[in-house]
Design a protein around this ligand. Sequence first.
Ligand code: LLP
Length: 406
Amino acid sequence: MTTRRLDDWSARDLRAVAAEHGTPTYVQDLDRVRANYERLDDAFPDARIHYAVKANAGRAVLKALREVDAGAEAASAGEVARALDAGFDPSEIHYTPVNPPDRDLDPILNGPTSGLTVTVGSRDLLDRLDARGFDGRVCLRVHPGVGAGHSEDVATGADAKFGVPAEDATTVLREADARGFDVVGVHAHVGSGMLTEEDVEAHREVVEVIAGIARDSPVDLEFVDVGGGFGVPYRESEEALDLDAVANATRDALADVDADLVVEPGRYLVADAGVLLAEVVSTKPTGDAVVAGADAGMTELLRPALYDAYHPIRSLARDAHDRPTRTVTVVGPVCESTDVLADARDLPRPAVGDLLAVGNAGAYGIEMASNYTSRPRPPVVAVEGDDTRIVRERETMDDLLRFERD
Ligand code: LLP
């Protein structure tokens, strides 16, 4: 099964989780995470797969991926710490900080993390690493000038914030080598959520840019890292990403490049392995439409409010099939108009007490959750074989008050 749709989840199992742990609650299926890894590994048999921790940094997820031999891509010192905590060896971690402050460099360069690879996206970061006496493994992040993704907001390849301009890459590689760094790779990332043929074409262009740099490289490179961005369908009408097409485009573009291939997917590995459970706490019928107020919203799942992202949603009410269909807008508990989980969907008429499941919530879900309006973040329940267990506790009011001082 290449795509796991929301309907493929067992309503009975999800109801059991909600009965035991309450709502809102995230559910993460670790078997599905591993299966996603295997599918990617089949499509890219020669690649090293570094999981982009930012998609879901839960320890259980990290451990599941570590067990199947993934490496890690960490975007911050905190993510490096989490990867180490989950058992990744420093040599399996690529640290790709964006504008890191010194406090995010020092512990990493001098701590128990020696051996990790630092992906450098600006010349002055090389200066700062040099000033700290770091002469370890460095990968150069290139700004390819081509982006793609589910929204312009995440088409990072087109954003000069990330990476050094492609035309400067050879010079910077030479400089880095001359300064004594162990220059091991070049990196570029098209953006997040590639799904269409057009997106795959943009990915190919990005890989061609780094392939050109790798071919002309003044230093022998151990790897080229073509980033992540492998999308999953969120709308029922969307087709799954053609992974073989991505793999072929990548391989073609890298013809004659003598270096290992690294990919760093986040979303693809975890998105469809996660569901957010919420309960309907109010309904407001307005003609044929209904506004259903849920106990989860932008604080639990920010993506709809932030990117206008679409997530599938399903009623898990036992008699859902017997109810008439209504145009339902599901809103959250936060006093913001953008706090909408699902806008004008055809759903069984909602009633107070119904359980709702929001699909594809495994990536950038709990990770982007916030405490806005002093809402404790929800727990995460992992499902693995017959085992269902809590892997992140529900936050409490005490947790929220813990950092306050008079
Ligand atoms: N590598 C780099 C350098 C990245 O910047 C990212 C994502 C990834 C890998 C992983 O991308 P993925 O395979 O997950 O698409 N919060 C947004 C997504 C932002 C992604 C930023 N970078 C969302 O919820 O859609």
